[in-house]
Ligand binder design. Sequence first.
Ligand SMILES: *[C@@H]1O[C@H](CO)[C@@H](O)[C@H](O)[C@H]1NC(C)=O
Ligand SMILES: *[C@@H]1O[C@H](CO)[C@@H](O)[C@H](O)[C@H]1NC(C)=O
Ligand SMILES: *[C@@H]1O[C@H](CO)[C@@H](O)[C@H](O)[C@H]1NC(C)=O
Ligand SMILES: *[C@@H]1O[C@H](CO)[C@@H](O)[C@H](O)[C@H]1NC(C)=O
Ligand SMILES: *[C@@H]1O[C@H](CO)[C@@H](O)[C@H](O)[C@H]1NC(C)=O
Ligand SMILES: *[C@@H]1O[C@H](CO)[C@@H](O)[C@H](O)[C@H]1NC(C)=O
Length: 417
Amino acid sequence: MQLRSVAVAAVVILSLSLFPPPISAHNITHILAKHPEFSTFNHYLTLTHLAPEINNRETITVCAVDNAGMNQLLSKHLSIHTIKNVISLHILLDYFGAKKLHQITNGTALAATMFQATGSAPGSTGFVNITDLKGGKVGFGPAENHGNLPAMFVKGVEEIPYNISVIQISTMLPSAVAEAPTPEPSHMNLTSLMSAHGCKVFAETLLKSPAEKTFEDNADGGLTIFCPGDDAMKNFMTKFKNLTDDGKQSLLEYHGVPVYQSMATLKSNNGVMNTLATDGAKKYDFIVQNDGNVVTLKTKIVTAKITGTLVDEQPVAIFTIDKVLMPKELFKAAEADAPAPAPAAAPEADAESPKSAKKKKHKAPVAADTPADSPADGPTDDFADSTADDDNGGGFRYSGGTVVAGVLSMWFLFLLL
Ligand SMILES: *[C@@H]1O[C@H](CO)[C@@H](O)[C@H](O)[C@H]1NC(C)=O
Ligand SMILES: *[C@@H]1O[C@H](CO)[C@@H](O)[C@H](O)[C@H]1NC(C)=O
Ligand SMILES: *[C@@H]1O[C@H](CO)[C@@H](O)[C@H](O)[C@H]1NC(C)=O
Ligand SMILES: *[C@@H]1O[C@H](CO)[C@@H](O)[C@H](O)[C@H]1NC(C)=O
Ligand SMILES: *[C@@H]1O[C@H](CO)[C@@H](O)[C@H](O)[C@H]1NC(C)=O
Ligand SMILES: *[C@@H]1O[C@H](CO)[C@@H](O)[C@H](O)[C@H]1NC(C)=O
């Protein structure tokens, strides 16, 4: 039996690698752009990063409201994260074309939504009651409103059968739960979160530094933190204490990236990454590279592995790593001077790898590797710079077909999630 499941898994993995799905079957931004009466709704799909999530789903219904309906919502002055919750209640995880809406079995159905799928919705909240009413009308209401159906189907906007249906409903679905102020990822206390999950030393060091504010300031717009585990940080402390105040701040900021990068994005988007410490000519960048299923972060001095995920939800991701990242801007001279590396320093093999990287490096297409949902102002823009004026061996490398196939299957799994 075990053999059989292994065989099945192998076949599945093989076929996933051979037949990667189209990256996006549809483009909701593009669909709604043809209908100016939904421009506000469309704008907020982009702002809340729901658009790529919609594009990545294969069977989906978007219940759009016109600009007047959106203005009503906006007049409540909710935070962007709450608006995201409200709008995600309008994205049904099933296909409801106009025809299906008017022929619901037994005249009523509860549809699961993207809000429910986030896990922020308790109980039956996050489901939408769709009911066929007298006179050919179809009513919509949040399930927790006990059969109160305040929104009506207005018209079908666009249908790609069984992939995506965009319909107009008369008003936003009023949901106290979706509109409740939720603990936003960006408003979580980042340091106490890290403290509670194996990065206590890093978090405490951060709290004593102006770098903490840099992290907080970036949380709303997108932030990825690579926090070294306690052992790594403890071993590094003598070196850390030796740095100037500026150096300490840069070292800490070097562990943050001013863009939200999900695990899936990191796996599929290898390359040079700028950090919070990047300041003009002082690059403070590192290279993200898959090593099989493991994602590694390579500086000139050290190669760290991602060992775990603390948070991975727009706009914040926090990953644990097994070594402190040492930027060449701070440690180049020190390494040359110091004959024996300290415990936390990179083994020789690591210190060598950037050189071999340079040798193997060749110019690779940048755009081809960029997932559809990577933020336009993210490091992807910087990749072009880094490869163009490249003086530090930081560039793209492909390690052959297996990795490409692996990446494609990871990408497929990402689409499924
Ligand atoms: C629907 O999506 C599937 C899978 O992504 C794709 O193969 C198919 O062509 C799409 N259908 C239409 C009508 O675009
Ligand atoms: C979707 O369409 C919009 C507007 O037409 C375009 O700017 C965007 O690049 C498209 N996105 C994808 C993933 O193709
Ligand atoms: C429709 O109603 C019948 C009888 O009440 C029930 O057995 C059946 O499960 C319902 N179907 C759906 C899809 O809810
Ligand atoms: C949805 O609301 C209608 C109208 O109030 C109600 O009759 C129906 O039972 C509800 N449907 C479900 C599945 O809860
Ligand atoms: C997070 O919690 C720590 C310790 O509990 C506290 O010192 C710090 O000020 C908090 N940070 C924010 C941004 O509230
Ligand atoms: C601390 O800095 C001094 C001078 O810059 C250097 O000689 C020494 O090796 C450093 N110590 C550690 C532990 O890095």
